[in-house]
Design a protein around this ligand. Structure first.
Ligand SMILES: Cc1ncc(COP(=O)(O)O)c(C=O)c1O
Length: 417
């Protein structure tokens, strides 16, 4: 069979809806200034889909440094990979400042989080080693594990008994193979908003010999006294062997980093293929990230405002009887029961009649019959944004319960049924 014919025949689970949903549910175009309200399909909507936690995306100081740095350097400088020709004092400075901020000896900058962590995982282990990882890890971790030539065990999400069982299996293998164990989890799980049980996993270090990597994409800048993340929040930052975050969320930028002991970071500098064989971060991003880090350190009011909004939104939703699952972070999941067509109609109603834009997750990403609406409160939101959202959510919940969305027989509803 022709490959392309086969691909067209077997559409992906979400791709099968692309004809009806493209640029509305998937690939929507949000216009206007990045913030709490943006334009979608020509109308202003309250926006809950950006990981712009601290509201830095459109902060005047951030916009200023980004503009000045682009003018000063252009986007090309420096050319080539860090290893060959793309290094600079400012890259080194950003690494040193990040190390100090997350309380680690050294840091390697990564040009994107996804391929950065993926190839860091690959660079750390060989076929004698075993990876133990949380089953609900982000795709970049799963893909990193796929690159591993040796054994791997996924433990049930945030289940410490399952984690320990995986460590026992891993240890039985490494005792024979003379390899080591890399355990990978997240600081905050981006869908459910529950923090990884870092404290409990660290406690297992007393019984098992393993090294721990934490992807703290959603915790960095939002959790912990200084904003250093989930490890700081749980009092175990010093026990995390490799701390990773992207700049794409609270820093509202591009790039990522991994921090740890100097000798291990040096190993990564010389072995991490996604960095050795790819262009280093352009200077405007390096300067822009230095500025953002300075703001994270010196403007605690941004995190205070973020948490005021998180608490107002989450307590307001709970008071209206919504199920927010296990979240103990800013990520605010709202779990409802309904079919895929009901989810689609509900989101359409929220967007068109209440001007609320949030992300929706449906089967097959989550089990059949569940609807997950995912809200990301930020420091840029206002109490008014929260009030109108709470009222709208209460109304659509009632409509869902009354079967109003299920009864819809429009051409669109029929098409996706
Ligand atoms: C948990 C997690 N890790 C890694 C990444 C990838 O980071 P980047 O966007 O820098 O590639 C993301 C998404 O941005 C994420 O949510």
């Amino acid at each position: 069979m022709d490959l392309f014919e086969k691909i067209q025949h077997e559409k992906s689970p979400l791709g099968q809806y692309s004809h009806y949903m493209h640029e509305y549910y998937f690939f929507p175009k949000l216009e206007g200034e990045l913030g709490n309200r943006m334009i979608f399909q020509g109308k202003e909507r309250v926006l809950w889909s950006l990981n712009n936690y601290l509201g830095l995306a459109n902060h005047p100081e951030v916009r200023k440094i980004d503009t000045e740095a682009a003018q000063k350097w252009g986007l090309a400088y420096p050319m080539g990979s860090r290893m060959m020709s793309g290094n600079s004092d400012l890259h080194n400075r950003l690494e040193a400042e990040l190390s100090a901020f997350v309380q680690k000896e050294d840091t390697i900058l990564l040009n994107y989080g996804y391929q950065g962590i993926m190839s860091a995982i690959e660079a750390l282990v060989d076929r004698h080693d075993v990876i133990v990882y949380d089953a609900e890890s982000h795709a970049c971790i799963v893909d990193g594990v796929r690159l591993h030539q040796g054994k791997r065990f996924a433990f049930v999400h945030n289940d410490i008994a399952s984690c320990e069982k995986s460590l026992q299996r891993a240890q039985a293998i490494t005792q024979e193979s003379k390899g080591g164990i890399l355990l990978i989890t997240e600081g905050v799980f981006g869908m459910g908003g529950d923090q990884g049980k870092l404290r409990e996993i660290v406690a297992l270090k007393k019984k098992y010999n393993f090294r721990m990597m934490v992807d703290d994409a959603h915790g960095f800048g939002t959790l912990g006294k200084t904003g250093a993340g989930a490890g700081e929040e749980q009092g175990v930052q010093d026990k995390i062997d490799l701390y990773f975050s992207t700049f794409a969320k609270s820093m509202a930028s591009i790039g990522a980093f991994m921090s740890g002991d100097k000798n291990i970071i040096t190993h990564l500098r010389y072995t991490c293929r996604s960095q050795i064989f790819a262009k280093s971060l352009p200077m405007p991003f390096v300067e822009g990230n230095l500025k953002r880090l300075e703001m994270l350190r010196n403007m605690p009011e941004l995190k205070t405002k973020l948490w005021e909004n998180v608490n107002a939104l989450q307590s307001g939703l709970r008071a209206k009887g919504f199920d927010l699952g296990e979240t103990n972070s800013c990520v605010t999941p709202v779990y409802l029961h309904g079919s895929v067509p009901e989810a689609v109609k509900l989101v359409y109603d929220l967007r068109e009649n209440y001007n609320i834009f949030c992300s929706v997750v449906i089967y097959p990403v989550i089990p059949k019959g569940q609807i997950l609406l995912r809200l990301i409160p930020t420091a840029a939101h206002t109490l008014d944004d929260i009030d109108v959202t709470l009222d709208a959510f209460a109304e659509v919940k009632e409509k869902l319960a009354k079967g109003i969305y299920a009864a819809d027989t429009s051409e669109f509803a029929e098409a996706i049924r």
